[in-house]
Design a protein around this ligand. Structure first.
Ligand code: NAD
Ligand code: TYD
Length: 346
């Protein structure tokens, strides 16, 4: 058996990673370490094997707790745990720097102390900043790190502490930088689940600015397969950009969701833009394709349809979130925006 330690496994992407590995890697045993912040949800792990998967509640910034939780003979640490939402980082950046930067350093130290063979840092394309509209430019592994939001800055800083651990202490580390994920169990603060949840409840769909910002969307399971291949085949010290060549304007994504749910476009409400809103993300995934042998399997059309179906069939999951602290967050983020009398540009 290969034992791995993953962090943030009660969140969206890492819970999908757990499910994928348990289904496709029969020799893998997982220790899943998560602080259960607002985004961590044990319901995301419902039905998961309890023999090959062990859940441990803990904070990645807590050195003592991390060191005792990383098992002996641990083959790899996959660091997914993070504060992950740009809008929250605009409201307050402290927790982003604490978890995303200090937490990564604590995990790197634990990897050394425990003789862990490889460290996989789950990063994001957002560390590379924003690309101009219609420029034909793409993010490559050589693009400079030019983060624009506090979230992106904290993830870029995390990449630098990973690099420093490698250069200084010889830690074997690889970094993955993926674009925007979608799929089941994504917290409804992010664009796609927020719009699905609001549309299902006949509530306004708040589109920032002119709605023409571009994101490069990928199904979470395709991202998770790439992370596993980066662990298996990635060269030490290398970064891999992960993307499905699937750029979409936000407004088109929102319209597709309304269409699929049979809801009217009159639910769309253009609202005040996000501060420092990155215009376009677009990834060139050639290196991952060539060096890792990775290609995405899930088309946008099939992936979006199955994601919408999941939210339709799991309304209790959504309602558990929407009935908790989420309400206060939503009011703070959208109350004034939705009450402002904006004009719809489209
Ligand atoms: P998420 O917000 O859904 O989940 C984050 C998880 O981390 C939660 O379970 C939370 O409880 C846990 N966590 C937070 N702080 C912690 C701490 N101090 N100690 C231990 N656990 C803690 O995030 P996600 O969307 O699943 O993203 C996972 C990772 O992937 C993040 O590192 C993010 O930067 C990266 N990423 C996300 C996307 C995306 O589109 N969502 C794209 C590229 C990269
Ligand atoms: P988001 O899902 O927060 O991901 P990120 O900012 O990390 O790319 O947002 C995706 C895009 O959708 C981004 O351009 C901001 C926009 N957006 C809205 O227009 N309205 C919303 O309510 C949210 C949450 C996002």
């Amino acid at each position: 058996m290969t034992t791995i330690f993953i962090t943030g496994g009660a969140g969206f992407i890492a819970s999908a990673f757990v499910r994928l590995l348990l289904a496709e890697q029969p020799d893998v045993r997982i220790v899943n370490y998560d602080a259960l912040t607002y985004a961590g949800n044990l319901e995301n792990l419902t039905g998961v094997d309890e023999v090959r998967h062990v859940f441990v509640k803990g904070d990645i910034c807590d050195r003592t707790s991390v060191t005792s939780a990383v098992p002996e003979n641990c083959e790899a640490i996959f660091n997914f745990a993070a504060e992950s939402h740009v809008d929250r980082s605009i409201l307050s950046a402290d927790e982003f720097l604490r978890t995303n930067v200090i937490g990564t350093q604590v995990l790197l130290d634990a990897a050394r102390a425990k003789g862990v063979r490889r460290f996989v840092q789950i990063s994001t394309d957002e560390v590379m900043g924003s690309l101009p509209d219609n420029s034909g430019l793409f993010f490559s592994e050589d693009s400079p790190l030019r983060p624009n939001s506090p979230y992106a800055a904290s993830k870029a800083a995390a990449e630098f502490v990973v690099r420093a651990a490698r250069e200084t202490h010889g830690v074997d580390a690889v970094i993955t930088r993926c674009g925007n994920n979608y799929g089941p169990r994504q917290f409804p603060e992010k664009l796609i689940p927020l719009m699905i949840a609001n549309a299902m409840n006949d509530q306004p769909l708040p589109v920032y600015g002119d709605g023409r910002n571009v994101r490069d969307w990928i199904h979470v399971d395709d991202h998770c397969r790439a992370i596993w291949l980066a662990y298996e085949k990635g060269a030490p010290g290398e970064a891999y950009n992960i993307g499905a060549r699937n750029e979409r304007e936000n407004i088109d994504v929102v319209r597709s969701i309304l269409n699929a749910l049979g809801k009217p476009e009159s639910l769309i409400k253009y609202v005040e833009d996000r501060l420092g809103h990155d215009r376009r993300y677009a990834i060139d995934p050639s290196k991952a394709e060539t060096e890792l042998g990775w290609t995405p399997r899930i088309t946008w059309e099939a992936g979006l349809a199955s994601t919408i179906d999941w939210y339709r069939e799991n309304q209790t999951w959504v309602e558990h979130i929407r009935s908790g602290d989420y309400r206060a967050y939503y009011d703070r983020m959208y109350g004034a925006r939705l009450n402002a009398s904006g004009s719809n540009p489209a």
